[in-house]
Each structure stands twice: as structure tokens, then as C-alpha cells.
Design a protein around this ligand. Sequence first.
Ligand SMILES: *Cc1c(COP(=O)(O)O)cnc(C)c1O
Length: 451
Amino acid sequence: MTYHSHLDPGMAARFGDALLASLAPDGGLWMPDVIPHIPASRMATLGAMSFADCAAELAAHFTDSLFDPDALRALCRDAYSYDMPMVTSAGERLDPAMPPQSDHFFLELFHGPTLAFKDFAARFMGRAASRLMQASGERRTILVATSGDTGGAIGDAFLGQDGVDVFILFPEGGVSTVQEQQLCTIGGANSNVHTLSVTGTFDDCQALVKGAFADPALSARFDLMSANSINVGRVIPQSFYYVWASLHAKAAYPERDLVISIPSGNLGNLTGGLIAQQMGAPIDRFIVAHNVNDPFVDYLVVGEYRPRPSVPTLSNAMDIGRPNNFPRILSLFDQNLEVLRRVCWGVSFDDDTTAAHLRRHYRETGYLMCPHTTVGHMGTLAFRHLHPDDATFLTVATAHPAKFADSLEKIIDETLSMPERLARAYQTEKRVTPIEPTLDALVGHLASVLE
Ligand SMILES: *Cc1c(COP(=O)(O)O)cnc(C)c1O
């Protein structure tokens, strides 16, 4: 598979180079030249495999001959050593061998080490990148802007790996208390993971990272690599779970359409879903659910794209006013808005509505959603209201509710118990350096640590 810049189809790279270079030399986003189409008969065998083995088969289509099949399988089995259940609000699991229990399931993608779906991509990317660097002897300095969950997942995936330093930039006061504690306690005193709190918004963090990449001299000086979803190595693995989950949902309810609701911010998760669909995964529609930071919804509805400054909300990991995968989505649809509209239905919700729905759903069913998942669930209900035909719905559950204990405890008026991993983060002393949202401040800090 070769990749090309979304700005210039003539600018090409192999997977390894696209991964380590993050952005094309013209500043464009790398895109696979073609989305491999997997025939239905082959899809059926993928659905019968474990998720890790299915991921390895899919990855082989995107990674050239860089890894042999055994190496890919070992990599995926090591990365995906955790569960990915589809459950109802009553906690019943989707089981193709059982009679249908419900038409709505949460696809829980938060059972990895940092308790958010970002682990799926980070753990694949981390392992793939470190193999490449071991082989070539290169070093990389990874910059990652985080609205809460990416930084933890990337830090965890690269912690202790030779040849890599990771710098995590998060907006001061813009992440939940638990996320902040997690971000600032990833490594010990001499670890290769460094956390910076930026006095600004997530968009400022993202702009700093983009600014550093846009400067070839800086990129070369520090061997910069991005672990944000501008990196195609983050987006590709996010298609794997959509393939696997859709095959299972379809096996349980073969005659029903499958509709998947994705709580969205930077649109990386949606891009993964769209790639899965184009590979032939049996997905009929996506509900793209946003908080009030919703320029993509405006685009779907009005046809005009107007990125704008983000505003803080309860679902802070989606507080993004300039989603950086927007150009990838246009490119997957050849800029055709009509076709995009047939596949993606957009909707957004404000915080009051989100808090009220989260509380009501918890009281009625006992199933506690994180604020992002709540936005996705409301998207499912709104869509179903408009399209009452038979379908199976999957709401993607993007994070464990305990990561948002500070806001959730106020909403449901109860104290939450912390999973073991988060409890441990609370017993560790924070290590964090505050910086101003300027390129000079970032460069000064990188130089003081690395040079
Ligand atoms: C990152 C994140 C999202 C948004 O995903 P995108 O790929 O940026 O659209 C939603 N929910 C949670 C919990 C997240 O961490």
C-alpha cells in the first residue's frame, strides 16, 4: 500500500515513512491510495477470529510487506490483550449464538490500560513505530496534543521504549481531574514521557503541534513525530474494531440494518469507521454525535464548513472547533457532500441536555455512561425517533465513566468507585511543566530536556 498527501496525489510514501513523518512534506495528511476491498466471504472468516487476529489480517493490507504475518499477529495479540464487549444497558452481552435480546448495544471500547478507546490506536501505533525505529536505529520526539485521553494512551504505549521521547501537551484546566492526574503520573522521574500543561485551549495545543511540524528546521532538529490523529498510523487501527464489531452485530441480526453512533471531536474515530465501511464492513449508517463544538454537523446540514474556536463542555475530549480529520473525510468521499450525507447523519447536544439524559438513563437502567458516550447515546435515540425502521444500533462507548468522576458525581449525586489503575495514579506524585501557548516556549522546553 502506498499513501499520498491529501493535497497532492502525486506525493507518495510507504506506510513506514508516512507513520514516522506524520505529515506529508506539503503539510497534507497521508491517505491510503486505495481502501482495500475485502470480499464478503473473507469478511465472514474475519468475524470468526479473535479481535487481535482479525486486526492483524486487516493491518496487513495497510502496512506493505513491512511486517510478516506472524510478526503482525504477535504485535496485535500483544496490543489487544483486553476485552471489547457489546452490552445492553442491562449488562447483557451481544451473542450471535443467542436469540436477539435488544436492538441497542454499547460497544465498550474503554477496557484498555488507560480506559478510553484511544488505547486501540495508540497501542498498535506504538508497537509498529518502535519496531521501525529499532530496525533503522532512528530516534523520534513525539509531540501529542491531548484533549484528555490521547495523551494518556500514547504515553502508556511508548513508556520506557528506547529511541523515543514523548511530550504530552494538555490544556490547563481543560481536562477532567482524573485525566489530569493520569497524564501527570505516567512515567517516573527519569522517564521518556514528559507532560506539559499549556495555558490555553486544546485548539492552542493542537496549533502548537502543527506549528512545530510546519517548520522543517524544527522537525529535523528534534526528529519530530506526531501521535495525534493527523498521523495516519492512528487512524488505520481505528477501522479494525468497526470491522470486527459490525460482523458480530450483523451475525446476530442478519436482516437488520446496522447503524453506529460515534461521539466525535477530531473525527478520527469516525474516519476509522468510514474506512471500515469502505473495506466492506456491513455498516449502513453512522450517527456523528457532537457537543456544541459542532462545525461538522453544520457542514452536513448546511453544506458550509466553518471551523471556530472551541468552547469547554462536559465532554471535554470532544471540545474541538477545528477537527483535523475533516479533510480525510472529504477525501474518502471525493468531496461529494451528497454521498457523505447518505452515510453520515450529524447531531449535537448541549451540556444541560447531556447531564439530564445521563442522570435519567442511570436512574432508569443502572448503566452509567461517560459524558461523551451520553452524547452518542442521545444521537442514537434522536436518529431512531426520525427513522423508526428496524435496525441494530451500536453506540460507541468511548471512555470509562470513572475518568470523569468530578463531573459525574455532581450529576448523579453519588460517589464513584475508582478502577484500580486510576486509584494508583492518585497515589503517585504529579510531574508536569507549565508552558505558554507559544512555539518559543515549546521549543525552549524541548531543548532543555533533549539537548
Ligand atoms: C478522543 C475522544 C472522543 C472523540 O474522538 P475523535 O476521534 O476525536 O472524534 C470521544 N470520546 C472520548 C472519551 C475521547 O477520548
